[in-house]
Design a protein around this ligand. Sequence first.
Ligand code: FMN
Length: 137
Amino acid sequence: MTSPLERVVYRSDAVARSEGPVDLSAIVTTSVRNNANSRLTGALALHDGIFVQVLEGGPDALSALMDVISADERHRNVRLLARWPIQSQLFLGWAMVQVDTRTLSHHAAKVVVQTGSGAQVTGVLADLANARLTSLI
Ligand SMILES: Cc1cc2nc3c(=O)[nH]c(=O)nc-3n(C[C@H](O)[C@H](O)[C@H](O)COP(=O)(O)O)c2cc1C
């Protein structure tokens, strides 16, 4: 018996700070450390002031993290797009990967930050994470 796995996708609005833009690398550093401990994986994008995040792992760890994230004052208006059971983690090897959305077409960027379903957003972020992986090799 393998333990159940789920995937969560949400969008939220980044809160502007007086010192400047949100420090994404600080969020990713913390996320990598914590998520690795909780066997969570996923991807995070910040595009046009909108955060989009995919998180995968055990249901209890996911729920606990979503509570913490939802209370984080660096963003607001957290909108859950979808949460569903999965067979395996798509972002395996990435405790949290920051993806670069600047290469996206206008249409694909709109899917990520505005119109796309949880599954569509997951697909685009997975493509971007794989592109990043390829560029590292
Ligand atoms: C958009 C966004 C995404 C985040 N994603 C994660 C995450 O995947 N994992 C995580 O541990 N913290 C994440 N955080 C940070 C948490 O809200 C919280 O600050 C952090 O978990 C606290 O960790 P610490 O107790 O180790 O300092 C995120 C914050 C924001 C604003």
